[in-house]
Design a protein around this ligand. Structure first.
Ligand code: ATP
Ligand code: MG
Length: 551
């Protein structure tokens, strides 16, 4: 299956896939915009009736109440529908991203820090969520509300309409200026809080050094500075918050005042601004509700801006090149092909970086044991990764039993190579799962055989539930965990075993155990190993990479 494309296409799919919900959402938005216009109109009639000393009918009063209630209810319905729709869309975005994750080549995982991918799944998708919660849809609704209020005002008082139309850009600019300053202050306050929080454990950790070298004053000042910064930022944020509302109230009072004063004039001005008492009451209500959408639109623009960056990063992730899906194992090019063959291989991490390997040749015949030596940083681990197909060489060829490693289907790789690293990576699950990696092709008998080969079967058997014992902290020693990684590597009987410094972290006694396990695991296999103590007595061939090692 190809890539799911972009966030826009996923959201388009969500709209098409939930037509009823989308229609309901549209209806709720239109309804809430229209319904919000009605209560002031009824109010106008009530006030006019009162001014003319007519009776206000019960149905008019009840109508006013019902309209206000219905408008509130529809607003709530609109908000919930937006939330439901947003959750659906973000769910689809997350699903597409998880599916993508499974189709990425191994090199993606090698080259991309896990934190970066995690941030795409969490932070960036959250911005898409906020795009719905208070972004595009609510902004469209707010713009509609703003224009509909303006329209009704125009039908009642052209003068006030023109005034508001002229004042709106200015008001919007002021609102944005306040919002930006307030956000900046909030951000600074959060940073300051983070700094103070970080300083406490840091001080506690270094308390002895601080005492011994009499650095208490310095620490106190540093802590004081951070707290001071936090206070200042918080004060600024409070100031903007406190000043904004009075300004809005003053401005709307000013506008209404101008209109009222103008309506009280005679002649042409009166016909331009003139109105009944009821209309005046309605207009006051409209002007009051004119600022709400204006303020929301400011925040919505903010959210959309940050969402655009998030969407761009998600799109980049969705466009990552995928591994080719190969389902059939290609036959080795020739029956007599060497187990590993590198010819003229050059490699560097990224353009313009230092060449780790240059014109490197290596042939390992089937059944051979080769020890790879070289000083630290020479490129031994890199070489193993090239053989595993995690990287592509810039020039030259890598062949495993005559095949380019990238041509081996990912699902088949375990049958071709076993790879053991310095560190054991535990997966959630049972002891057996550590060996099978939850691969359904691996039988219990195969797990037992692999464990027996590395000398761990008796230990596992003595566990309360055998291979079904949950694998937790402290169940195995460091050396036993390394034996477990060897069992994991050999359980599907690969012909080639690649070992990268697997005894580096072990004491000499445990190392002996691991080496014995390796000897058993290496029988009838081709072994390429990075570990100078291994195979020396075995007569294995030694290849030095990047100049002679110091030992
Ligand atoms: P050691 O004996 O310390 O394990 P090594 O021979 O295995 O060393 P490599 O891990 O292959 O060396 O690294 C070779 C060089 O490539 C080093 O200079 C290292 O800093 C660099 N290198 C390794 N991995 C990456 C990477 N993902 N991106 C960029 N440079 C890298
Ligand atoms: Mg290494």
């Amino acid at each position: 299956m190809g890539s799911e494309g972009s966030v826009a296409r996923i959201i388009g799919g969500t709209i098409r896939g939930s037509k009823a919900l989308s229609a309901l959402l549209l209806a709720a938005i239109a309804g809430s915009v229209l319904l919000a216009l009605l209560p002031p109109l009824v109010l106008e009639q009530i006030v006019d009736a009162l001014a003319e000393q007519r009776q206000v009918t019960v149905s008019l009063a009840a109508g006013y109440f019902l309209l206000v209630a219905a408008s509130g209810a529809l607003d709530a319905a609109k908000e919930s529908l937006i939330t439901v729709f947003g959750q659906k869309a973000t769910h689809h975005v997350r699903s597409a991203m998880s599916a993508k994750l499974l189709r990425l080549p191994a090199s993606y995982y090698v080259e991309t820090e896990p934190g970066v991918t995690a941030s795409r799944f969490v932070n960036d998708v959250n911005t898409v969520d906020s795009l719905f919660a208070s972004g595009v849809i609510s902004m469209a609704a707010d713009v509609c509300r703003l224009f509909s209020i303006l329209l009704v005002i125009f039908t009642r008082s052209i003068g006030l309409g023109l005034l508001l139309l002229a004042a709106a850009p200015l008001l919007f600019w002021m609102t944005r200026a306040f919002q930006k300053r307030m956000l900046a202050a909030q951000l600074e306050s959060r940073v300051a809080v983070g700094r103070t929080n970080q300083q406490i454990p840091e001080t506690l950790k270094n308390i002895r050094t601080i005492r011994v070298f009499h650095r208490e004053d310095y620490m106190r000042r540093r802590y004081g500075d951070a707290i001071e910064q936090g206070y200042r930022a918080q004060e600024r944020s409070n100031f903007y918050d406190a000043v904004y509302s009075p300004i809005v109230v003053t401005v709307s009072a000013l506008l209404i005042g101008i209109v009222m004063a103008a309506s009280a004039q005679g002649g042409a001005v009166r016909s331009f601004f003139g109105m009944s008492a009821g209309t005046a009451a309605a207009l006051i209500a409209y002007v009051g509700s004119f600022f709400d959408p204006l303020e929301s639109i400011g925040m919505e623009i903010q959210n959309i801006q940050s969402a655009v960056a998030g969407v761009r990063r998600i799109n980049e992730f969705l466009r990552e090149p995928e591994r080719e899906e190969r389902t059939k194992t290609p036959e080795p090019a020739s029956a007599k092909a060497p187990a590993v063959q590198l010819s003229g291989v050059s490699f560097s991490y990224g353009k313009g970086e230092r060449e780790i390997l240059r014109d490197f040749d290596l042939t390992v015949q089937e059944g051979e044991s080769v020890l790879l030596a070289g000083r630290t940083g020479a490129g031994k681990s890199t070489l193993v990764k090239l053989i595993l197909g995690l990287y592509e060489p810039e020039t030259g060829q890598v062949r495993v039993f005559g095949m380019p490693p990238a041509a081996i289907p990912e699902t088949e790789k375990r049958r071709w190579f076993g790879y053991v690293e310095q560190q054991f990576h535990q997966i959630p699950g049972t002891v057996g799962d550590q060996v099978s990696l939850k691969d359904p092709r691996v039988s219990a008998a195969q797990i037992q055989k692999a464990l027996a080969t590395v000398g761990l079967w008796a230990t596992v058997q003595s566990l309360p539930e055998g291979i079904h014992t949950p694998c937790g902290e402290g169940l195995f020693s460091q050396g036993q965990l390394q034996l477990l990684s060897i069992a994991r590597a050999i359980v599907l009987e690969p012909k080639l075993l690649l070992l990268d410094e697997i005894t580096a972290n072990l004491d000499s006694e445990t190392e002996g155990q691991v080496l014995a396990a390796l000897k058993a695991a290496s029988l009838h296999r081709t072994v390429l190993s990075i570990s100078h103590r291994l195979y020396e007595e075995n007569g294995g061939r030694r290849v030095v990479i990047g100049g002679e090692a110091p030992w």
